[in-house]
Design a protein around this ligand. Structure first.
Ligand SMILES: NC(=O)c1ccc[n+]([C@@H]2O[C@H](COP(=O)([O-])OP(=O)(O)OC[C@H]3O[C@@H](n4cnc5c(N)ncnc54)[C@H](O)[C@@H]3O)[C@@H](O)[C@H]2O)c1
Length: 258
């Protein structure tokens, strides 16, 4: 899979899965824009791509803010005049019991994880239509199988699956494919933050319990999700649109613990 002479915009590309996706696009020849709320980290990630020989830049962006999204896409157009691949990866989880889930937190999770997909895709559409582009939305296995404390996150990620299908139907005739990826347990700062909230012993026991649940025998890495994302963006997936690809080492298949 080569992406030479293409442009990819990765939201949330400063960290974790998004950073892995940005790196994979760069390694496969694409020019990469990282749009992330964490400006310094995004700049550092883009620097690392440039040191590896890629063309890349970062722009500080809140994906829940329409004006910021417009500025990011305008910056891509100004620099490279095109956009071929939009990956909506920025996300937050904010797990908490329903009793503590205040309206502001609920609204923020929905805005960052779900509304952002509408904002970026709508704004990028003229460029994507021009290039016969692709969109990949990073949802979660939690769109399907969830846990206590994830009311807002599950609602947002399930909404992303629905939006992916609706976008695929509407944009297919305009030459744009739209798919979703559902990662399982991936070793990133989100996962680490959940472990950090536990005692070291509890965290080690939880990490091992989760690892053992995976038929493949390990948790995932950002590179596992990046490879699946590049596949969906590539010509090899030219007849695939509106689908969701579960990339979770089989963890969501289990009905019983091993
Ligand atoms: N790690 C997992 O196990 C896992 C599993 C399923 C789905 N996901 C999804 O994958 C995506 C990436 O998660 P991750 O684990 O790499 O997390 P992460 O915290 O390492 O990275 C998320 C990135 O999104 C950025 N971000 C947050 N809010 C933003 C906003 N409003 N605007 C722009 N950027 C923003 C952060 O600054 C960060 O760089 C998320 O959508 C997450 O829900 C992760």
């Amino acid at each position: 899979m080569r992406f030479d002479d293409t442009v990819a915009l990765i939201t949330g590309g400063a960290s974790g899965i998004g950073r892995g996706i940005a790196q994979a696009f760069a390694e496969h020849g694409a020019r990469v824009c990282i749009a992330d709320l964490d400006g310094p980290r995004a700049a550092e990630a883009a620097d690392a791509l440039r040191r590896g020989g890629a063309e890349a830049f970062a722009i500080t962006t809140d994906v829940a803010d329409a004006a910021a999204v417009a500025a990011a896409i305008d910056a891509v157009e100004a620099r490279w005049g095109a956009l071929h691949h939009l990956v909506n990866c920025a996300g937050i989880d904010r797990p908490m019991p329903l009793d503590d889930l205040d309206e502001a937190t609920y609204d923020r999770v929905i805005a960052v994880d779900q509304k952002s997909v509408y904002l970026t895709t709508r704004r990028a559409l003229p460029l994507l239509e021009c290039s016969g582009g692709t969109v990949v939305n990073v949802s979660s296995v939690m769109a399907w199988y969830t846990a206590p404390g994830y009311v807002a996150y599950t609602a947002a990620k399930a909404g992303v699956i629905g939006m992916t299908r609706a976008l695929a139907v509407e944009l297919g005739p305009r030459g744009v494919r739209v798919n979703a990826i559902c990662p399982g347990f991936i070793d990133t700062p989100i996962w680490q933050r959940n472990l950090d909230a536990m005692t070291p012993e509890a965290a080690a026991a939880f990490a091992e319990r989760v690892r053992a649940l995976h038929p493949i025998g390990r948790r995932g890495t950002p590179a596992d999700i990046a490879d699946a994302t590049l596949f969906l963006c590539s010509g090899a997936a030219r007849f695939i649109t509106g689908t969701h690809l579960i990339v979770d080492g089989g963890v969501s298949l289990r009905l019983t613990a091993p």
